[in-house]
Ligand binder design. Structure first.
Ligand code: HEC
Ligand code: HEC
Length: 340
């Protein structure tokens, strides 16, 4: 008897296995098999904190000049970037690297091209104190905010203390940035089962994007942001830009010229491309990627198909009501736009 039950077991297990697999398939969303997932809208946002973060995001008084805000280089009217090869900082300084979009950056495993900041909070302290960007200091930024009674009251309301620290500043900015996601791109609608959401050419482009190997690096909901990869895997990438990528963070020679794989969400809006901003158009970027990452030269038609697919990744842009910033008080330090 014991033997009989034993011998039945594998069959039962097989059957159960088949049933649960079928149940899973029925319940699984249409995109379960795809290397790319739709963008989800963040839950549990703290509206007061987001609103404060939005003010700080747009406030140029966080810079020495009183002229440069986060939005100067990550313009939310232009896909969260500045559309320049490299950014312009304090005193019209030429920036060292292309400004990546802030849209969906909360989905990246780390921040910056070389991933040197682990998250948005850590990142947000950087530009304020960077002499080539906002050229301020954390102490001066906090002093400035403390001199403005409306800010003091708002920080108190959000954080429940009247300390007003740089950690609160970066935490509020990060909370705002977490809301900068772009759901419901046409491609996401397709992923969720609306087969009419993209056309034949765009679908061909997606198939090529998958089958030629782009998804090895550009995957997940952000089509990027999940790994650091060599720029020029198959063929070296030529550039005058001195950035060394991940090597600058780890000192590991094997990671020289490894960069965080950038998101391809909204890539139609975030030209020019690559860390040095060298590719002006999507056609150029796709051509370069094919050759140096995959050793493949796309035909004109193939290139156009992939570009058409990439344009289906433009999502609903955050709808932003411009904040009215609290006025400076008599005590607020005055801007210093020029060094003379
Ligand atoms: C002068 C232009 C400039 C200003 C001002 C500026 N940024 Fe940036 N930002 C950049 C550049 C350039 C990079 C890329 C730097 C790098 O990777 O080394 C960057 C990177 C980032 C990233 C990383 C995105 C990613 O996917 O890696 C975030 C997030 C960000 N900035 C947010 C902010 C916030 C918040 C502020 C305001 C406190 C700000 N930036 C101000 C130019 C600027
Ligand atoms: C081996 C990994 C890898 C593969 C494969 C790959 N990419 Fe990339 N891709 C990257 C990295 C890394 C960057 C950023 C490089 C830099 O700027 O130095 C990038 C950048 C891009 C950019 C520019 C994005 C921006 O905002 O600057 C586009 C567009 C792009 N890739 C498309 C593609 C396409 C299309 C394919 C397939 C033909 C592909 N990639 C294959 C790793 C990869």
């Amino acid at each position: 008897m014991g033997n009989k039950t034993l011998s039945l077991r594998p069959a039962v297990r097989l059957l159960l296995g088949a049933v649960s697999a079928a149940a899973l398939l029925a319940a699984a969303p249409a995109h379960a098999q795809e290397p790319v997932q739709p963008i989800e809208v963040p839950k549990n946002v703290n509206p007061a904190k987001v609103e404060l973060g939005k003010k700080l995001w747009f406030d140029p008084r966080l810079s020495r000049s009183g002229f440069i805000s986060c939005n100067s280089c990550h313009n939310l009217s232009m896909g969260g970037s500045d559309n320049l090869k490299t950014s312009i900082g304090h005193n019209w300084q030429k920036g060292p690297i292309n400004s990546p979009t802030v849209l969906n950056s909360s989905l990246n495993m780390a921040q910056f091209w070389d991933g040197r900041a682990k998250d948005l909070r850590e990142q947000a302290g950087g530009p304020i104190a960077n002499p080539g960007e906002m050229a301020f200091t954390h102490d001066l930024a906090v002093d400035m905010l403390r001199s403005i009674p409306q800010y003091v009251a708002e920080f108190q309301k959000v954080f429940g203390t009247d300390k007003l620290t740089i950690d609160e500043v970066t935490s509020a900015i990060a909370a705002f940035e977490e809301t900068l996601v772009t759901p419901n791109a046409r491609f996401d609608k397709w992923l969720k089962g609306d087969k009419q959401a993209i056309n034949q050419q765009e679908l061909r482009g997606y198939e090529l994007f998958k089958n030629s190997g782009c998804v090895a690096c550009h995957n997940g909901p952000n089509l990027g942001g999940t790994s650091f990869q060599k720029m020029g895997l198959v063929e070296p990438y030529k550039t005058d830009n001195p950035a060394e990528g991940r090597f600058a963070v780890t000192g590991n020679d094997a990671e020289r010229f490894n960069f965080k794989v950038p998101t391809l969400r909204n890539v139609e809006l975030t030209y020019p491309y690559f860390h040095d901003g060298a590719a002006d158009t999507l056609a150029q970027a796709v051509d370069t990627m094919g050759r140096i990452q995959l050793g493949r030269t796309f035909t004109k038609q193939e290139n156009a198909d992939i570009v058409a697919f990439l344009k289906t990744l433009t999502g609903e842009q955050p709808e932003i009501m411009l904040p009215i910033l609290p006025p400076s008080s008599d005590r607020t330090p005055r801007p210093q736009p020029f060094d003379d």
